[in-house]
Structures are given as structure tokens and as C-alpha cells.
Write a protein that binds this ligand. Structure first.
Ligand code: TXA
Ligand code: MG
Length: 318
């Protein structure tokens, strides 16, 4: 029997009973549990086979709730929260002691956001606690953007996927930390750097080596298909060099055909980066199911969400 359901009251009941429910957000599906339940939070790590040092994002219902869980809100964090919440930005702030160490991997900061999905906002409003929710995929696998993706990963491990349709943004939230009140991007994501800079001015991106221990979303190998994947700006040459293999192609808008290509997905024929982001993970899920020897992915333009998509594709090649 399918574990996918739209029954909100059942989701509320399971979460109140310290069980896990996979929830829809505008970015990817999350594997959610009560942040104050040790049983639920441990189950999140166990279900995902995720190491305990890798901290979780706390999902809250409204901006007001922020002061319950963080010590201080830097001015620029406030500007970002007001500009983008509910939405795909996660802020890393000094935590209050009410936040269990298990959530933060023992750190003194907590990652927090308000997701922009009507079903999940309604769910959060009906609960007396925030939800810890990492992406609902096993550690190092492709994040889920449809209820069916979660079901295929976890049907024997969790009782329910709350169905909210396909995720609109399609890649994870942009994570922003603060050093001396100044914002720093820890993980590229669904909110573009350009949009963030329009609110807080020029912003630094910490390279992954600097933040790797802090933000394992920045781990080199992440978001990965099982099939070997390469990323290139030169599709024709890459196909030519691998003609003896069973090739799958992931392109931005190129409708190129070649006998060597067994399966092909075009992310956005009209060259729209938002559309490409929303389709990215589903495309990787589909490509990974075709028994291919090699996925050749085309590098996207390096601005706006193209930067975030290239970041994910780069990690898929490791
Ligand atoms: O869009 C999203 O952010 C999705 C949806 C479900 O909200 N969630 C998500 O969670 O992507 P997850 O666990 O897959 O990625 C969370 C990232 C991890 O890389 C983690 O290391 C980082 O957030 N993180 C969490 N707390 C942190 C902290 N205190 N300091 C630095 N990084 C932190
Ligand atoms: Mg993840």
C-alpha cells in the first residue's frame, strides 16, 4: 500500500506521537520530526543514515517564533527574513539552549527557515513545536522533489509522505551564516545571490573547504546519482568521446540528437533558469533509472539560479 497521502490530520497525529512524516516544501521534500523529541530526531538520522555531526534545519511557522529559539538576530538577518520568508533561505544564528544539541550537532548555532508551501505552513500552524527536516533522501543521494521519490527511498521505513505535489523551486534553500553581523553564503540554493545582494549588498561565498565541517551540504560528493556523471560545456565532444557507452544526456535547452544517446532530458527549452531548477532533481532521478553507463550533463549559464544548478551538478560528478 502506498504511504503517500494528503491527510493533514494524520500527519499531525503521527508527528504528535514522535513519528516521522515526509513533508512537502517549495524546495525539496523534508523528512520531518518534532525538534524536541529525542526519539524523532534520532529516527531522522537513522532513517537517512546521516552522521550525527551533520546538523538539521529547523522549520518554524512564522518570524515571531524566531526569538523563541535564537539568542540574537543581526540586522541583516532580519532584512533577509523579512524579504524572503516564507521562502528558500535558511539563516544560521546563535541558538538558545531550548534547541537540543542533537539538532545542531553540538554547535552553538541553529539553521532555521519558514518554508513556503501552503500544506506545510498549515501543518506547522497546527503543531506546538517546530519541525526538524533534512531533505528526505538517504545520505548522499539525490534530493526528492516529488512524493514518489520519497516513497521509493523510504516506503519500508516511514509511515507517511504528506503529498504536496511537485516542489516548485526544486533545489534546496540557500544557507546564510553570519560573522560579526555580516552574512556569508554557506550553501548556494533556490534564492539567487543576485536577489540576496539586492537586499543586503555584496555577499561572500565561503568555499567548501572552509565550511565543509560546518555545512555538509557543501561536501564534495552530494546530491549524486548512482550512474557516473560528467559535467561539460562541450556536449558534442563529450558524446563523441564516449560513443561506445550507453549515454544519457541532461541539457539546458539543446535539442541535439545523436544515435549514441539512449535517453535525454531538456531542462528548459525556453532557457528559463527557474524552470531548469524545478526539473533538475526529477531529471537526475529519471536518468538514474535508465541503466546508463554515463550521464553527460551540460553546464548552465553561471549566473542567477544557473550558479546553484551548476553547483549541484558539479557535486553529482564526484
Ligand atoms: O531546502 C532545504 O533547505 C531543505 C528543505 C527540506 O527545507 N532542507 C535541507 O536540509 O536541505 P539538509 O539537512 O539536507 O541540509 C541542511 C544543511 C546541511 O548541509 C547542514 O550541514 C547545514 O544545513 N546546517 C544545518 N545547521 C547548520 C549550522 N548550525 N551551521 C552550519 N550549517 C548548518
Ligand atoms: Mg540534503
Amino acid at each position: 500500500m502506498s504511504i503517500i497521502s494528503t491527510d493533514l490530520s494524520k500527519a499531525v497525529e503521527l508527528l504528535n506521537n514522535e513519528e516521522l512524516v515526509a513533508i512537502p516544501t517549495e524546495t525539496v521534500y523534508g523528512l520531518a520530526g518534532n525538534i524536541f523529541s529525542e526519539k524523532a530526531v534520532k529516527a531522522i538520522f537513522e532513517t537517512k543514515e546521516r552522521p550525527f555531526f551533520n546538523p538539521l534545519i529547523v522549520h518554524i511557522p512564522n518570524i515571531d517564533y524566531l526569538k523563541t529559539i535564537v539568542e540574537a538576530i543581526p540586522e541583516k538577518a532580519k532584512l533577509l527574513a523579512e524579504a524572503f520568508w516564507p521562502g528558500p533561505i535558511t539563516l544560521v544564528l546563535k541558538k538558545k539552549s531550548i534547541i537540543p544539541d542533537l539538532i545542531t550537532g553540538g554547535k552553538d548555532t541553529v539553521a532555521v527557515r519558514i518554508p513556503n508551501h501552503p500544506t506545510t505552513l498549515e501543518l506547522l500552524n497546527q503543531l506546538d513545536f517546530p519541525l526538524a527536516a533534512p531533505s528526505a533522501n538517504p545520505f548522499n543521494r539525490i534530493s526528492p522533489t516529488k512524493a514518489e521519490h520519497v516513497e521509493s527511498y523510504f516506503k519500508d521505513k516511514i509511515k507517511m509522505v504528506l503529498d504536496g505535489g511537485a516542489c516548485k523551486s526544486g533545489i534546496e534553500s540557500t544557507i546564510i551564516g553570519f560573522e560579526d553581523g555580516e552574512p556569508i553564503i554557506y550553501r548556494l540554493g533556490s534564492t539567487s545571490i543576485e536577489a540576496i545582494e539586492a537586499v543586503v549588498g555584496t555577499i561572500e561565498i565561503k568555499n567548501k573547504k572552509e565550511v565543509a565541517p560546518d555545512a555538509p551540504g557543501m561536501l564534495e560528493r552530494h546530491y549524486a546519482p548512482k550512474t557516473k556523471t560528467i559535467l561539460t560545456s562541450h556536449l558534442k565532444e563529450a558524446i563523441e568521446a564516449n560513443k561506445n557507452l550507453r549515454i544519457g544526456l541532461l541539457t539546458y535547452n539543446d535539442i541535439l540528437t545523436d544515435d549514441a544517446i539512449h535517453f535525454k532530458i531538456v531542462l528548459s527549452e525556453g532557457k528559463n533558469l527557474e524552470e531548469a531548477a524545478s526539473k533538475l532533481y526529477d531529471a537526475l532521478h529519471q536518468l538514474d533509472q535508465q541503466d546508463l553507463d554515463l550521464i553527460i550533463a551540460e553546464r548552465l549559464p553561471n549566473y542567477g539560479l544557473g550558479k546553484s544548478i551548476n553547483d549541484r551538478l558539479q557535486r553529482a560528478t564526484k
